[in-house]
Ligand binder design. Structure first.
Ligand code: NAD
Ligand code: ZN
Length: 345
């Protein structure tokens, strides 16, 4: 079968022929319906080098945002029928520590002894015709479209988890949320904020078309540039935003978000552009916080699927055939996508 393989650091991935895998104990083989191209993949093959914090050793198929149909089940796996559609929860922890037991494999306490972080992250992922998934990582899609659903497992789950943690900041009237970076994750973030909170969603991106799409999803947009923070503050009546979500994570975007915060506000940095920032007592709004976040829990993913099935999350998808899978990554890298690229093998 064909697969998009991460062969070496700082090397564009290859579309190559690999063996179709056989499910081991506790695993299923999914026939891939859709596999989303995430900007984190670009970090994996392009930005990181050996020893960079976050780097994952090469030699695996990319794709951590995957949906598919049951093709085969491994030993000890019962209760699944061939052809049923599922979304794969990507993180794979030890499965028995406290974090894994609450469905938060992302924060597995035994991560140091795990041979991989998840599907498409150290072990073969879904940019292929078939993928192996532990049965405990399957989230049912029912009769929902599995191709459009593929981005939910990261572009849906990651913003959902970050927003859920910030809900106390957004409850009540007259609240404001800020979303920076309106790509795969950011557009879904706007949809989730609109569906779950009554907050005014202020959104920004370097690209005009991304801002127009955010407006269609319910946001008020503010262009970048020198007066951006003043414009954001003005929209909030001078108070600042109660929660900010930075889906870029570069030094300038973190600083913009930080300067836009209200007292007690919460800034969550989701993007992994490795920005740095400063903190000082008298220039920081009282009791405001800054946090990072990594993906979400499998329980969150069930809730994300429920929102998708209810029409509250509507991933905007650009479909690519396996022949054009590398083209999808080229467009993602150069900022030419206007929806999540999903490879349909
Ligand atoms: P994407 O390429 O689809 O979208 C990025 C968007 O940010 C684009 O619309 C781009 O125009 C915009 N942008 C870039 N620089 C900007 C700037 N300086 N100001 C304003 N807008 C800017 O990427 P994505 O797949 O949505 O991923 C977003 C980020 O989140 C990436 O850094 C990715 O690695 C990271 N990520 C983190 C997690 C996590 O668990 N923390 C999970 C998935 C992705
Ligand atoms: Zn664990």
């Amino acid at each position: 079968m064909r697969a998009v393989v991460f062969t070496d650091f700082q090397t564009f991935p290859s579309l190559t022929e690999v063996e179709r895998p056989v499910p081991g104990p506790g695993e299923v083989l999914l026939k891939v319906a859709g596999s989303g191209a995430c900007h984190s993949d670009v970090a994996i093959y392009e930005d990181f080098a050996e020893g960079t914090p976050g780097a994952i050793a090469p030699g695996f198929t990319l794709g951590h945002e995957v949906s598919g149909w049951i093709e085969e089940t491994g030993p000890g796996v019962h209760g699944f029928t061939k052809g049923e559609a599922f979304l794969a929860y990507g993180p794979i922890g030890c499965g028995h520590c406290k974090a894994c037991s609450r469905g938060q494999d992302t924060y597995c306490e035994n991560v140091a002894s795990m041979p991989y972080l998840g599907i498409g992250l150290g072990r073969d992922g879904g940019m292929a015709e078939y993928v192996l998934v532990p049965a405990r990582n399957l989230v049912p899609l029912g009769d929902a479209d599995p191709v459009d659903a593929a981005p939910l497992s990261d572009a849906g789950l990651t913003p959902y988890h970050a927003i859920k943690n910030a809900l106390p900041n957004l409850a009540g009237g007259g609240r404001f949320a800020l979303v920076i970076g309106l790509g795969g994750l950011g557009q879904v973030a706007v949809q989730i904020l609109t569906a779950l909170t009554g907050a005014t969603v202020i959104a920004t991106d370097m690209k005009d078309d991304a801002m127009r799409r955010a407006e269609a999803n319910g946001a008020v947009t503010v262009p970048g540039g020198e007066n951006q923070v003043a414009a954001i503050r003005e929209l909030t009546g001078g108070r600042g935003v109660d929660a900010a979500f930075d889906f870029v994570g570069a030094t300038p975007t973190i600083k913009t978000a930080q300067a836009s915060m209200a007292q007690g506000g919460r800034l969550t940095v989701v993007g992994i552009a490795n920005g740095v920032t400063e903190w000082s007592f008298f220039t920081t709004p009282y009791e405001s916080t800054i946090s990072n976040t990594y993906w979400g829990t499998i329980a969150d993913l069930h809730e994300v699927v429920a929102m998708y099935r209810a029409g509250q999350i509507r991933p905007e998808v650009e479909r690519y055939s396996m022949d054009d899978a590398l083209e999808a990554y080229r467009k993602l890298e150069s900022g030419q996508l206007s929806g999540r690229a999903v490879v349909v093998p």
